[in-house]
Design a protein around this ligand. Sequence first.
Ligand code: DX5
Ligand code: ZN
Length: 213
Amino acid sequence: MLVAPSILSANFGRLDEEIKAICDAGCDFVHIDVMDGHFVPNLTIGPVVVSAVAKSAAKPIDIHLMVKNNTFFTELFAPIKPKYLSFHIEEEKHPHRLIQKIKSYGISPAIVLNPHTSLKSIEYILEDLDMVLLMSVNPGFGGQSFISSSLKKAEALRKMIDGAGLKTLIEVDGGVNDKNVHELKNAGVDIVVAGNYIFGSSSYKNAIDSLRV
Ligand code: DX5
Ligand code: ZN
């Protein structure tokens, strides 16, 4: 299992130290939640801070957009050159066009699905994606409880991907801990995002290692 700590639960007063600490502790990606106060009822950080985080990080950046205007925010964050840029399918009328735009910047595109959103919504664009991010909480806040129906959704997505002979990665975000990570592994998940579980622990290394099942 690959591990992407969500910096939403980091101490923002000493962000540089926190980023270095999770990278030293052996994370695989640094997950950054961008919220605009419209798509979700919370507001986080913009390109100035994300760019500083990217400079501190020794690991690839995974940007999760939770915004209303995906194209505008894609253009804003593209110069930072994250490894992955994910946008929510619920908020995008032209996902195929946006995927091509993200690829044109040399960034790997990913689509995010809220807990209620059907896998059918990505059936015909799955082959264009490098990753699908399944939300296992309602987006907007860290520290929420894992929604267990996400497990059967991950299993179904694994079947879709394997059935089509694709290499698309599955990432799960929200309420992940050392208890549910085993079921996520069995469901065929490749990457877990964890905020509260990692940043709330006394040893980032032990927490990350405990998710590497
Ligand atoms: C929620 C964010 C998550 C969040 C995960 O909208 O997308 O990345 O920070 O935090 P935990 O692991 O605490 O649920
Ligand atoms: Zn996230």
